[in-house]
Design a protein around this ligand. Structure first.
Ligand code: TRP
Length: 446
């Protein structure tokens, strides 16, 4: 997929771009994390805060990244260098560095999801006792070999798709996998809601308990918004850079945000009612998908099929997201260093695999190797998700709101296509609201 006069790839169509970008956004963050964070923070009140942040800060930064990418037609480093230069280029380098922190631990969990799909099929998880399943999970994740092999398989799949390039690799894969993801998710929602006793879960999910709202919860919601939409490190700058000049960025960005939010809400609807229907604890935390849910599936009629569908859903979601994380690095190496896509993808994939090894061992042999009370896995997650992404988000918003402003506005939408007050609202979001809100939460959280 190469256009004349330019060796960079391009998306084949607007729908292809939306599916690829939605594939990046919809990931483990939506299906693994969102239900358990909602469970831990008391349900509906958390969802309201989350939604409020998505439709202000989230959408503002999403459109900012897309505009920067399309304007510059470059990876994050090259984008800031072309548009302004100077210290701003550091924002791009932070983004590339963040990919090296996020993808390794993401791929470890991605490996778990492939392993659990297989284990469901072999009947190894057909156990109704959560304590036994917890032991199974701890033994599996803490093993020095098995999860690392699955992590390698996950990473190899990611590299294989990215090797194929933008149109023939990423876009084609997401065109097939994203619709499949939606179908599987809908089937799981219907199954969960038709279980006897699902109402209790529904009530928990939909009745807000405002006493739960506090700084910690708002901070968790904001980190979740960045992680879930895949913002703050230039993934959307990179994807936006493969867009042609005719596409309407504002509507594409809104579609991606809406799809991501819808999938997170549906995942909660697939998971929480089922957990309640079998009298289990929704506040289980990260083990909700890997410990509580297998017990739920083991008790439900047709549970093996639904269990396999659930883990396959996680595999698809994780893979289409991992593509964007790797593509940020590959785009940088290809644009800035003239390295071949193939070499760039395999080389950076291998390094990320290596960084993932100690992250995986954090659940076993390296469980006690901690810094500031965090394991390697915990540190990678904390530094990238709680520090780098929000900081990147502030700088990206300020850049659009102040540094490239009038041009960014025409980039977002051809004059007259969008009512001027929406364009003004977006400027306020970028120039003032997003930096202040993110900055305040960052400082509070430290
Ligand atoms: N959004 C994905 C998820 O919800 C993860 C992800 C993909 C991501 N690309 C990203 C997170 C870029 C941060 C930055 O699982």
């Amino acid at each position: 997929m190469q256009s004349t006069g330019d060796t960079r790839g391009h998306w084949g169509s607007r729908l292809g771009f939306i599916l690829a970008a939605a594939g990046s956004a919809v990931g483990l963050g939506n299906i693994w994390k969102f239900p358990y964070i909602t469970g831990q923070h008391g349900g509906a009140a958390f969802i309201l805060i989350y939604l409020a942040l998505v439709f202000t800060v989230g959408i503002g930064v999403m459109l900012a990244e897309l505009a920067i990418g399309r304007m510059s037609q470059r990876n994050p480093v090259g984008a800031f260098a072309r548009l302004k230069g100077g210290w701003w280029v550091a924002v791009g380098y932070f983004g590339v560095a963040a990919a090296f922190l996020i993808l390794p631990f993401y791929s470890v969990v991605g490996g778990w999801t492939i392993a659990y799909t297989v284990k469901t099929l072999t009947g190894a998880l057909s156990v109704t006792d959560p304590t036994a399943l917890a032991a199974t999970f701890t033994a599996f994740a803490g093993d020095a070999l098995e999860p690392i092999a699955w992590h390698g398989i996950f990473m190899a799949l990611t590299v294989t798709v990215v090797l194929g390039g933008i149109g023939a690799g990423i876009e084609r894969t997401c065109r097939i996998l994203f619709p499949a993801l939606l179908l599987i998710l809908l089937a799981l929602v219907v199954r969960a809601l038709t279980l006897p006793g699902a109402e209790k879960g529904l009530a928990f999910y939909l009745t807000p308990d405002f006493s739960q709202i506090g700084t910690e919860m708002v901070g968790a919601a904001l980190s979740q918004v960045f992680f879930s939409l895949g913002l703050g490190m230039g993934a959307m700058i990179t994807y936006g850079s493969y867009l042609g000049t005719r596409d309407n960025l504002a509507s594409a960005g809104c579609w991606v945000t809406l799809l991501d939010t819808a999938v997170a809400l549906l995942a909660g609807l697939a998971v929480l009612p089922a957990v309640f229907a079998f009298g289990m604890n929704p506040g289980e935390g990260p083990g909700l998908s890997f410990i509580t849910l297998p017990a739920v599936f083991a008790r439900m009629p047709g549970g093996m099929v639904f269990g396999m569908m659930f883990f396959l859903l996680l595999v698809i979601a994780a893979l289409t997201s991992a593509l964007s994380l790797l593509e940020v690095v590959v785009a940088y190496l290809v644009d800035e260093w003239g390295i071949k896509r193939r070499t760039a993808a395999i080389g950076s994939g291998a390094i990320m695999f290596a960084i993932g090894v100690p992250a995986s061992l954090s659940f076993g042999p390296l469980a006690n190797a901690t810094l500031f009370g965090k394991t390697v896995f915990g540190l990678l997650d904390y530094i990238s998700v709680n520090l780098l992404l929000p900081t990147g988000g502030i700088l990206i918003a300020l850049f659009v709101g102040w540094v490239v402003w009038p041009r960014a506005a025409t980039e977002l939408t051809p004059p007259g296509r969008l009512q001027p007050r929406w364009v003004t609202a977006w400027r306020w979001l970028c120039a003032v609201v997003a930096p202040v809100v993110i900055g305040w939460i960052l400082v509070k959280g430290l």
